[in-house]
Design a protein around this ligand. Structure first.
Ligand code: NAP
Length: 312
């Protein structure tokens, strides 16, 4: 039997556990605060931000928001971020990406104070992370680790193959898997678009994580029996007849209404025949990414308020 990992349920249980840490903070008269900054007219980005605020309110994190005109210069965005850095009630600052093309995205992201950088994009945090002493684990890779832990998949000692080497997912995940830690100590292979014979790499792996943005690239015949598969991919493709069931996307809209559906980087049907555990798309990694943002906000508050909390 394949364990289809329910990301929504794991995320819910993590949010429930975070409430204890938030209560500990409340006992010390501290309330975690998370601010989002949106510089985009894109409907999907707006929906993602709205969801993050709903998540905050559900667990008792105070939420703040700043809009920046999508045509404004980089300086204006940087100045909004710097103002948030100065506010003690704001413990975490998240700049929603993608940013408009004219914006110097790196400059804006590096403007977030390292101690408030809940996305983990600041060079100081990337450096700490690569050195093996992370302050904030980037949300998606951390969510992948939690999903594996929940499914009872041992990372330590495993042969892990990651498909994708982005700064957002592939590279930080490789670093997490490599850490000298109980939830690390894997032997890691990182694949990318220039990898020759991807199947030769994925075959024989104990854990395969896909984050390449290529719909259904990894098929069952590329996997070994018993593999754990975590599919980070989130790809919009035209609605096909074989999937007639309507489903909600992570941005809350109905796929079929919009004429597209969401698929992962893994061909779920054939991979399920091989996998001992697998995440669906949607409903796998996506909800965990959101939950881990809350985790980082609570961690930021704990650090800045000097209150020790137990994090799940
Ligand atoms: P990205 O920045 O576009 O990076 C994609 C990576 O995949 C690159 O390293 C690329 O190689 C590699 N790649 C592309 N085609 C490949 C192929 N045919 N074989 C092997 N590797 C290939 O993407 P990303 O930001 O990491 O996102 C990846 C996917 O995850 C997307 O579908 C995205 O929507 C999804 N995502 C989901 C969440 C979530 O919370 N659910 C979060 C983040 C991302 P090169 O480096 O050689 O170009």
């Amino acid at each position: 039997m394949t364990n289809v990992i329910d990301g929504d349920a794991v995320a819910q249980s993590l949010r429930d556990d975070l409430r204890d840490a938030i209560e500990t903070l409340a006992d010390a008269d501290a309330r975690p605060g998370l601010a989002t900054v949106l510089m985009s007219d894109d409907a999907a980005s707006e929906t993602y931000v709205t969801r993050k605020h709903e998540d905050c309110r559900e667990v008792g994190i105070e939420d703040f928001h700043e809009d920046v005109d999508a045509n404004a210069p980089t300086e204006e965005l940087v100045s909004v971020v710097e103002d948030l850095n100065e506010r003690p009630e704001v413990h975490g600052v998240l700049v929603q990406t993608p940013l408009p093309e004219h914006v110097e995205a790196e400059r804006a992201l590096q403007a977030v104070a390292p101690e408030k950088d809940v996305d983990g994009f600041h060079f100081a945090n990337v450096g700490r992370f690569v050195r093996g002493t992370p302050r904030f684990r980037p949300c998606t890779p951390h969510g992948v680790q939690k999903l594996l832990e929940h499914a009872g998949v041992e990372i330590e000692g495993a042969d892990a193959v990651i498909v994708g080497r982005s700064n957002l997912v592939g590279k930080p995940l490789a670093n997490l898997f490599l850490r000298r830690a109980d939830d690390g100590n894997a032997t890691v292979t990182v694949c990318h678009s220039r990898t020759e014979d991807l199947a030769a790499k994925t075959h024989g792996a104990d854990i395969v994580v896909t984050a390449c943005g290529v719909p259904e690239l990894v098929t069952g015949d590329m996997l070994s029996d018993g593999v754990a598969v975590i599919d980070v991919g989130y790809n919009r493709v035209e609605v096909s007849e074989r999937r007639s069931e309507d489903s909600r996307t992570e941005s809350g809209q109905s796929d079929n209404e919009r004429g597209y559906e969401i698929v992962g980087d893994v061909d779920f049907e054939s991979a399920t025949e091989k996998a001992s555990a697998i995440t669906p798309v949607p409903g796998g990694v996506g909800p965990m990414t959101r939950a881990m943002l809350l985790y980082n906000a609570v961690r930021a508050a704990s650090e800045q308020e000097g209150v020790t909390v137990d994090l799940p």
